[in-house]
Each structure stands twice: as C-alpha cells, then as structure tokens.
Design a protein around this ligand. Structure first.
Ligand code: ADP
Ligand code: MG
Length: 569
C-alpha cells in the first residue's frame, strides 16, 4: 500500500465539524447541495483554465457530476471531471478554513446550538457538511494536467485528523465517497437523492447525472414483448445556467438556491434583481442583497465583488471592479458578451466596458433598494440595520448617485426620539416647519451624546426636528452630503446658526435687549480664556445651559477635530 500520512485538522475545522453535526440535524440534506455546488465550481474552473490550454480536457470535455448509490455498502458517491486538486490543495482546502476572520467567528459562538446554528448559516459549511451524514469520507482527486499516478486519496472520520496517500486515478477530477452514518442510511436511496437534487441543485449549469438501472426484457399485459432497457446515466437537473433563462420561468426557490450556490451563504437572500441588457453593451446581471451581513464585512481585505462570466464561461470570482465599495455586500454575477474571454483583472481595471457595466450594476442595486424601501418598509428596515453603515460610505464614493443614496439613508431623529434609525430625508422634509428650508442635524461620539447635545435645546423648544447621528461614519458622511432635494444640511453645532425665517421679529428684539444687559461680559470671558478660544459670542440657542463650545463656521466640527486628533493629526 502507498505511503500514508496523517494530518491534524486546523482547530477551527474541528470546531466547525463539531458545531455542524450538533446544530444542523434538521437540515441534513444540504450536504448534497454543497458537494454538487463544489463539483460545479470545479467544472467552471477547468473550463476557464482550458481556454488557454485545451489539452487539460484530455479528450473528456463533457463536464458533469455523477451521483451513485451503493445500498449494500451504505455509500453515496459524488464524482466530477472538473479541475481536481493537487496534494497541496487537498491539504489546504480540506484541512483548514481559508476565510479571513475565522478565529474571530468561532470566538463568538455561545455553545447554544440553536443560536450557533444561525451563526453557522452566515459562515457556510461547504465541503465539511459531508460529515453531517457520513462518519467516514473518502476523497480521491486528480488535478487536471497531472499524471494518473499523482492522484491523492484523502480519508477522514471527521474527528480530528485525516490521512493523505498517493494513489493511481486514471480519470481527472474529484470523487467523494460518503460512508453513511448508521442512522442516516435513508440517504442511500436514489429517489431520495433525486428529490434533494431537484430541490437544491436544479439550477446548476452542468448536468447532474444519476445512474438508472437496466430494465430486463418483460411481457406486457397482453403478452406483448417489452424490450430491455440498458442501464444509463440520466440527467436529473435542468442543466441550464439559471441566469440565461427567462425570469418568468424561474421560481423564487430557484433564485434562492442559486444564491446559496454562488455566495456560499446559507440563508435565503433578502432580494434580487435579474436583468438582461441588450443594445450597445450586452450583458446579464443577477444581483442579490443578502439578508445578513457576513461576519467579516468590516474586514478590509474580505473578498467581495461579482462572479464574472463572459459568454456563459466562468472567468473569475470576486471581480470587485463591477461594484463600488459601498455596495460590497452585494453578491451575484455578471455575464458579459463584450469582454474578451481572456480578460484579466488588469485588463478590467482600465476598461470602458467595465465602467459601463459598473454603472449599470450600481444603478440596478440602487433601484432594487428604492423599490424595497417603497414597497416593503419592514424588509428595508432589516436591510438598513444590517448594511446601513456601509451604504453611508456612498455619498463620498459615488458623486453621481449622491442624491439617490441620500434618499436611501435612515436616521434617528428628535421626532420620535427613539434610537432606531427609521427616518428618511423625505420624511424629514415632509415634517419641516413653515419657513424652514434647511435640514438640521447633530453628530456626536454616540447617539446618547447626540441626544443630549445642548445645541438641541432651541430646536426642541421650537419643535424643529433634528437628525441625531452617533456613528463613527456619520461625520464622514455629512462632510460629503451638502444637500438633499435642494435643501442644505446644517450642523446645529456651527456657530452662526441662522434660523432665518424661523425667527420672529419679537424675539429678535428681546435678544438685543438681553445682550445689552450683560455688556462687558464677552470681553471679560475673552480675556480669561485667551488663546484657548477663537471668539466668544452671545447665543440665544441655549435654553437651559449657560454656555457651550461651538465650531467655527468654516472650520471642522468638534467631532471631526476629535477624529483628527485620534488619528494623530
Ligand atoms: P467553498 O466552496 O466555499 O470554497 P468548500 O468547503 O465547499 O468551500 O470547499 C473548499 C475548497 O475545496 C473549494 O474552494 C475548492 O478549492 C476545493 N474543492 C472542494 N470540492 C472540490 C471539487 N469537487 N473539486 C475541486 N476542488 C474542490
Ligand atoms: Mg463550496
């Protein structure tokens, strides 16, 4: 027998395996979806590599997934003729989790299976889901372009380790044998597997085949001869790229499952938009908004972007050129008829077509969000709660869509005085006082601090609504958002706050008199404070507090100053 090596799983893999087996018992059948999804990815990758080197096909270009069952042995085998894996790839892919932030993710687990199974949904289980139903998994794989003798056999019981051995495998690709657990033998049933495939994997674009047994010759009811049928591989899915089909022919379930395939997410998406564009540029886009933020959304080097196809051929994952950064939560794909098949990331970088596609996709996403906000406020709110802070990066990044993005923002405000960010700028404008032509807001370190800002006093007294902002990103947002619907944004912390027509004649007079009464006070304060302040002024904006610090009109707000100080400026 060949030399066998034993390797230990990375700690996180062990944790994942344990968690999965204990929390996904109500959703066991997804193992097949994950393995078929991987086989389809492997076919995509081979097709892409073969664009440059056709010999990789080794005269076997009909890419497919074959699923077979051995009832006696209680095994299910999923075999593909895709790209396969080298020894190093097997060790890396089937022994570690190659996602950034994985350690962090596992440190958040509570030990409560119900709660953790939610989290695991966000994380995705992929290949390791094989161990939900199997107590032993054998993987035999040969990478495209390598010798039959360089194939690898990986075996594990899913506990703490796996073995690796070199084997001889004449066929290219990967074969996964699941040795079913004692109480999961129900899966050693072709009909059961078929129904799982049509439920989860119908949209997979390569054929998923199952073996149909031969039918021996027999006699019909009138003694006529019925011919024998040889056994054969039968295609059991639609095997058409989902996005090339007509929208009206695709069910919500199919859209949901397709999302899970391309996003490696586990939960249904919140919304999607599927569009075919014809004319000067021709492309199809299928864009999804996930329902949950990924655990690593704030990780700067997290993978994002769309899956890129050119004329149905998979080209790359995570093509981030087609989505602005503030929409990095969007998942989906783009199939272009105009880009060359040999397109690379470098070519994409400075490309007119890329620009057009990016603008088109951005528009689709913003439209999808607008529609959601209009038709399903509750859904939109759940989107906002997950991704609102990312969308706030929009006005700074995307000048041309500034107004549209602003319309999608939600704030907390003095109107309801609640912490929930539910107020749109349109809501605000609708409630504006007569004579009010500005949108007032306050930024602070926290929402609590914003709420108790002394600058609010006069606004509360006059019943003028103020937007309350306490997130880190808000100051940045407001430095790029100057107006909405032709109404200027005004920070109530600015010195010469002119309430304009909201001020009445009578109170103006009263103010002048009051200022006279304390003549000399300003001078004294100024002398006492010296260089510490730029100026000391009267204000009538405070009703309860005696004094407050404000920012210069043209200068930075105090919040921005603090940010700069923190950054060592
Ligand atoms: P994901 O699909 O999200 O990358 P998985 O856990 O499902 O994660 O798979 C891990 C990796 O193992 C894949 O990214 C791929 O590189 C490799 N892999 C899994 N199954 C196959 C297969 N059938 N053929 C080739 N590579 C595979
Ligand atoms: Mg996978």
């Amino acid at each position: 027998a060949a030399h066998k090596e034993t390797h230990g799983f990375q700690t996180e893999v062990k944790q994942l395996l344990h968690l999965m087996i204990h929390s996904l018992y109500s959703n066991k059948e997804i193992f097949l979806r994950e393995l078929v999804s991987n086989a389809a990815d492997a076919a995509d990758k081979l097709r892409f590599r073969a664009l440059e080197d056709g010999s990789l096909y080794e005269n076997d270009g009909d890419l497919a997934v074959k699923i077979s069952v051995d009832k006696e042995a209680s095994t299910v085998t999923i075999a593909d003729n895709g790209i396969g894996m080298t020894r190093d790839e097997v060790i890396a892919n089937l022994g570690t989790i190659a996602k950034s932030g994985t350690k962090d993710f596992f440190s958040k687990l509570s030990g409560d299976n119900a709660k953790d199974s939610q989290l695991i949904g966000q994380f995705g289980v992929g290949f390791y889901s094989a161990f939900i139903v199997a107590d032993k998994v054998t993987v035999r794989t040969r990478a495209a372009g390598t010798d039959a003798a360089e194939a690898i056999e990986w075996v594990s019981e899913g506990e703490g380790e796996f073995t690796i051995a070199e084997i001889n495998k004449p066929t290219r690709g990967t074969e996964i044998v699941l040795h079913l657990r004692e109480d999961e033998k129900e899966f050693a049933d072709a009909w059961r597997l078929r129904s799982i495939i049509s439920k989860y994997s119908d949209h997979i674009s390569i054929p998923v085949q199952m073996w149909k047994d031969e039918v021996p010759e027999s006699e019909g009811p009138d003694g006529e001869k019925i011919e024998a049928q040889p056994g054969e591989w039968e295609v059991v899915n639609k095997a058409t790229a989902l996005w090339t089909r007509e929208k009206s022919d695709i069910s919500d379930e199919e859209y949901n499952e397709f999302y899970k395939h391309i996003s490696h997410d586990f939960t249904d998406p919140l919304a999607w938009a599927h569009n075919k564009v014809e004319g000067k540029t021709e492309y199809t886009s299928l864009l999804y908004i996930p329902s949950k933020a990924p655990f690593d959304m704030w990780n700067r080097d997290q993978n994002h972007g769309l899956k890129l196809y050119v004329q149905r051929v998979f080209i790359m994952d995570d093509a981030e050129q087609f989505m602005p950064t503030y929409l990095r939560f969007v998942k989906g794909l783009l199939d272009s008829n105009d880009l060359p098949l040999n397109v690379s990331r470098e070519i994409l970088q400075d490309n007119k077509i890329t620009q057009t596609l990016r603008q088109g996709c951005t528009k689709r996403v913003l439209q999808m969000l607008e529609k959601m906000a209009k038709n399903d406020a509750e859904k939109y709110q759940s989107f906002w709660n997950e991704f609102g802070n990312v969308l706030k990066e929009g006005p700074a990044e995307d000048f041309s869509n500034r107004e549209k993005i602003a319309g999608l923002l939600r704030f907390s405000s003095t109107h309801a005085d609640s912490d929930a960010q539910t107020v749109s700028l349109a809501d605000y404008i609708e409630r504006m006082k007569e004579g009010q032509d500005k949108i007032y807001y306050v930024t602070a370190d926290s929402l609590q601090a914003a709420k108790s800002s002394p600058h609010l006093e006069i606004f509360r007294k006059k019943g003028i609504e103020v937007l309350l902002m306490g997130e880190r990103i808000d100051e940045w947002l407001m430095s790029h958002l100057t107006e909405f619907s032709e109404k200027q944004f005004v920070s109530i912390a600015k010195a010469n706050l002119d309430l304009g027509d909201l001020e009445d004649e009578e109170s103006k007079k009263a103010k002048e008199e009051a200022e006279k009464e304390v003549e000399g006070l300003l001078e004294r304060a100024k002398t006492a404070l010296g260089d510490k302040v730029g100026e000391v002024k009267f204000t009538h904006r405070l009703t309860d507090s005696p004094a407050c610090i404000v920012a210069d009109d043209n200068g930075m707000t105090t919040q921005m100053m603090k940010l700069m100080q923190a950054a060592g400026q």
